[in-house]
Design a protein around this ligand. Structure first.
Ligand SMILES: *[C@@H]1O[C@H](CO)[C@@H](O)[C@H](O)[C@H]1NC(C)=O
Length: 427
């Protein structure tokens, strides 16, 4: 290792840290929380969370109040009961809560007959040593713990939507490589001889996914994903959704998966996502390892001109250093190695999911805007048609969003705003 280089790296790294430290001690900071950030202009939900957190409740309780308000209001028809019918016309609920102080998580998925998703998730977190309960067993648990049910989660709206979809030969739907293609099921796998245009299509060979935009839009794929920082500076996140409209029964997206739909770490911040959960839940931070901005530093740091096809990295003990050019400056980020694979750095840290990576990026001093953008662009490289958004907030209350395939809005309430403010993010 080139010792002459190390002071330089350390210097740049600490200057990244330094800006965070300034933030920590800055006067502006004390005004930045409590703070509530939510996907979409779900203003009533943000107000409900704000009332709780401003009244001195914990971040966890405020998240429950906020998401619960959305469930009651059936935000956009995609949160709470009465929306997003599956192929059988049934509405089911997915929800997640995460305490960024204790790193405890509670979640329910594909829960039937109980409308209080976020409260059920909190009961899982509070009263079990598990993380995720699913299906009818999640319903039984929730009812046994005092939540109302069993109730009919359908509404005249959802039933009407579903009837129309049936009349339209069950189009669009989430099946692929099956027969029949253009009518309702039951479906069967296409015999492999028929698959010459399907399973091994040029599209697949080229690594491009099927377009799915017709199924995914603002009114059939929303999730409330909410982050709260309370007066103590503690961070919590929660999500609630009734999933994708016309989903195949049993489908669970990113909503109830910690690290995929949302993640919180009080030392760093939080992030939340909305969009095509089937896609978003597939992405690991190092999945592609296609950072054009990373330079491979083997034994020696090469400070020459960046070239897109060269990747530099350097290992010092348990830390990996990555350099990237931003605004003509070489900026270093440092990752602590948890898992080290032979093919470093390709498979390094395979353990982290995408939004965790947003939090990770922020832990290393990346501002929320870059961290969020980074996470989204990684997916967009593989799934150009995908529709999704991420909102990130660091522990100082600085927030930002990033999106792909649609215009995204998120809502914020902090001591410096009089009411909920809505921010628009363009793809
Ligand atoms: C549930 O509610 C929907 C909409 O009101 C209704 O059409 C359906 O018959 C109800 N299902 C049951 C089992 O009561």
């Amino acid at each position: 290792m080139a010792n002459r280089i190390l002071p330089f790296i350390t210097l740049v790294f600490f200057s990244t840290l330094f800006s965070m430290v300034i933030g920590d001690d800055g006067v502006a900071i004390s005004k930045q929380y409590p703070l509530v950030v939510s996907t979409w202009p779900f203003k009533e939900a943000v107000r409900a969370a704000w009332r709780a957190v401003d009244g001195g409740h914990s971040a966890v309780d405020a998240v429950v109040e906020g998401c619960s308000a959305c469930e009651e209001l059936r935000c956009d028809g995609t949160v709470g009961p009465g929306g997003s019918p599956d192929e059988n016309g049934e509405t089911t609920i997915d929800a997640l809560i995460m305490n960024g102080v204790t790193m405890e998580v509670g979640a329910v998925a594909a829960m039937r007959f109980v409308k209080d998703g976020i409260r059920a998730a909190k009961l899982v977190m509070q009263h079990t040593k598990h993380t995720l309960l699913v299906g009818e067993k999640a319903s039984a648990f929730s009812i046994s713990m005092g939540l109302p049910g069993p109730s009919n989660l359908s509404s005249s709206d959802s039933i009407m939507k579903w009837s129309k979809w049936k009349e339209n030969n069950c189009q669009p739907n989430f099946w692929k490589d099956v027969v029949p293609l253009d009518s309702c099921g039951p479906y069967h796998a296409k015999a492999s001889m028929d698959v010459k245009d399907g399973g091994c299509s040029t599209r697949n060979l080229m690594g491009v996914a099927e377009p799915r935009s017709s199924l995914v839009g603002p009114h059939n794929h929303d999730t409330i994903s909410m982050a709260v920082i309370d007066k103590m500076g503690h961070v919590a996140v929660g999500t609630s959704t009734n999933g994708a409209t016309y989903k195949i029964p049993g489908r669970v997206g990113d909503g109830p998966i910690a690290g995929s739909s949302a993640y919180a770490d009080t030392d760093v911040g939080a992030c939340g996502a909305t969009g095509d959960g089937d896609i978003m839940m597939r992405f690991l931070p190092w999945y592609c390892n296609e950072y054009q901005s990373f330079y491979f530093l083997n034994d020696e740091v090469i400070l020459g001109k960046p070239s897109a096809d060269r990747k530099y990295a350097q290992l010092t003990g348990n830390f990996a250093w990555f350099g990237s050019i931003r605004n003509n400056k070489l900026v270093w980020v440092v990752y602590e190695l948890i898992l080290k694979f032979e093919t470093f750095p390709a498979n390094m840290r395979l353990v982290f999911l995408i939004h965790y990576q947003v939090v990770e990026s922020m832990r290393l001093g990346m501002e929320p805007r870059l961290a969020a953008k980074d996470a989204i662009s990684r997916i967009a490289r593989k799934f150009p048609d995908f529709v999704g958004a991420v909102v990130a907030v660091n522990k100082n209350g600085v927030h930002a969003g990033a999106c792909h395939g649609w215009t995204f809005e998120y809502s914020v309430r902090s001591p410096v705003t009089v009411d909920v403010e809505v921010f628009t993010v363009l793809p």
